[in-house]
Design a binder for this molecule. Sequence first.
Ligand code: NI
Length: 312
Amino acid sequence: MKRSQRERNKNGAGRYHGRFCGFSEKLTTIAFAFLAAAVLLITLYRSLSDIVVAEKMAEVSGEKMTAADGGTAEISETAVAEEPAGISGAETDVEMAMESENQTDKSETEIMNSEEIKSETERINSEEIKRVAITFDDGPHPVCTPKLLDGLKERGVCATFFVIGKNIPGNEDIIRRMDEEGHLIGNHTYDHVKISDLSVEAACEQVEKTSALIREITGKDTEYVRPPFGSWCKDLECSFEMFPVLWDVDPLDWTTKNTGDVVRRVLEAVEPDDIILLHDCYESSVDAALQIVDALTEQGYVFVTVDELILE
Ligand code: NI
């Protein structure tokens, strides 16, 4: 079956080819030649008609433009001046000139928009975002610290607390609350000691003991330590790395119970990216802190935790 099918195809092809040999092939060739000539003539005729119609339309448009805008020549000149790359057609075709002019206007608008966007972006980038970190040492205090946390929560402000390890037992809820409300908890040693006066082992114990208590409550390791009296040994290598954090603005709040004095001292000295030092174990300091937050917020400051200022 397969072979006979193949033979049939072969024979069929042969017959088909045979019809185009001899006289019938010549006739077909002549017919094709006529057909091709006819198609060519029709194509030429259509092209010529298009050119004539286009010229007429150009004349009509030219008259309209002359009446409305002061002349074809001016528009062509505008097109020449603004778009030298595309002038050859525009010199004679007013529609193209108009289109070209519109495109020029459009691109000018686009350029203006992109320039406006650029300048706006530059303005936003150059505009100083005034950040400040407010920090509290020597807590947690059973009365003052919750009051401070209430005030900060009310204002949506996060602070950094450098807590003393020995103040934690009995105040675990305060530590937990600090963590839950987005504050950063740092280490202020266990006994509030001058680290630099201690042996490396004793200094590390002060830091690690406090960190262990905080970890028990929050499940987090403390990474930041504020050495009491600002005294830190650079070479101190405890079992984990700690970043010492000092301060920029110290109103010596522990020397006065006058809230206004503390507020004034801070506001006079503070600059963007500063770290403010206060103590959450004094009621006057807590009151001052909340007034400082209000005043600086009004001045456009944004309160951040110290890690945001340090880790850059
Ligand atoms: Ni202290």
